[in-house]
Design a protein around this ligand. Structure first.
Ligand code: HXC
Length: 289
């Protein structure tokens, strides 16, 4: 199981909750996607982990199998609709169904919009927004045939007020929110529920790096716990719930939405962030010229 999972690997859900079901998790090999894949497998689903990096998903699928779960891996760039359709058809042919799709694959980086190249803009919009649409559209015929399904897409909270240096990602995630509501309405008659989750801060490698102070000067012994201390201080100040999130926090919401407990929930965007966005200070000011 991933080191970022909640301290206890015990699930709050009942054993076998998703037994017999098939879930496809894009970007399922690392971070939040891995946490989601692990929990769905723990609850009895067969999980197909899909991402561009074969090594990530193969290793993660093996670790789930080693822990007693059922998982397989597919190499997939969600920007390629033909490949998306091919992978979905393969899963449906091999497993007979797809009950849950988690649109988790995402790309992101901080960059000034002024100098964002067309390809940089396109990359993030295509991975996040087009990828979510292509995967959702591809599983629809399978879900229709089997009488329904659940789609959960990973969004964010930064577009609620805007966030400098993230025009591409905030635009893509706002698009995901719009898609969630629109497809929820269009696809409800077929029993397909479409929801999104907006996660708060989860300490990924990039976040840890951002909290790591520059190397100590003049031969001073570096404080190896500096990043942890800075992160703890951020949690105390900025996250009303008092701690950083874990992939398990997000996975729990996916499992809830995928379970019968979520039966009457569609078109919803669930914020899972310990209250961070409500309490957030205004976005950082850009320097005036
Ligand atoms: C400016 C950048 C850049 C940067 C890449 N580009 N990084 N421009 N600043 N820091 C530009 C490149 O120069 C290139 O444009 C274009 O983006 C495409 O880059 P490639 O590396 O060729 O593309 P690709 O291999 O498709 O990579 C996609 C990617 C990459 C998004 C750029 O970062 C990626 O694969 N990321 C996946 C992992 C990831 O980002 N995970 C974060 C998800 S978390 P040119 O013009 O030179 O060709 C998340 C939640 C965020 O989304 C919450 C935040 C708080």
């Amino acid at each position: 199981m991933s080191e970022q999972s909640a301290p206890s690997t015990q699930s709050v859900f009942r054993d076998g909750l998703l037994r017999g079901q098939v879930a496809l998790v894009t970007g399922g090999g690392t971070g939040i996607g891995l946490g989601i894949s692990e929990l769905l497998a723990q609850l009895g689903a067969h999980v197909v982990l899909a991402s561009r990096t074969a090594e990530h998903v193969e290793k993660a699928a093996q670790s789930i199998r080693d822990a007693g779960g059922s998982a397989s891996a597919e190499t997939l760039d969600v920007r390629d609709p033909e490949r998306v359709n091919g992978v979905v058809k393969k899963i449906a042919a091999e497993r007979g169904r797809i009950d849950v799709l988690v649109n988790n694959a995402a790309g992101n980086f901080y960059a000034p919009s002024e100098s964002l190249s067309p390809n940089a803009w396109r990359s993030v919009i295509e991975i996040d927004l087009y990828g979510t649409f292509f995967c959702s559209q591809a599983v629809l015929p399978v879900m229709k045939t089997q009488g329904g399904g659940r789609i959960v897409s990973i969004s964010m909270t930064l577009h609620y007020r805007g966030w400098p240096l993230m025009a591409h990602a905030t635009a893509a995630k706002a698009g995901i929110d719009a898609l969630t509501r629109t497809l929820a309405l269009e696809w409800a008659p077929w029993g397909v529920r479409m929801n999104a989750i907006a996660p708060g801060p989860i300490p990924t490698e990039g976040v840890r790096k951002a909290f790591t102070p520059p190397p100590a000067a003049g031969g001073q012994v570096p404080d190896v716990f500096a990043a942890e201390k800075a992160m703890e201080s951020y949690a105390r100040k900025a996250i009303p719930a008092g701690r950083w999130g874990t992939p398990r926090d997000i996975a729990n919401m996916v499992a809830f939405l995928a379970s019968p407990a979520g039966e009457w929930i569609t078109g919803a965007i669930m914020v899972v962030d310990g209250g961070e966005w409500l309490a957030k200070n205004p976005a950082p000011q850009m320097q005036r010229p």
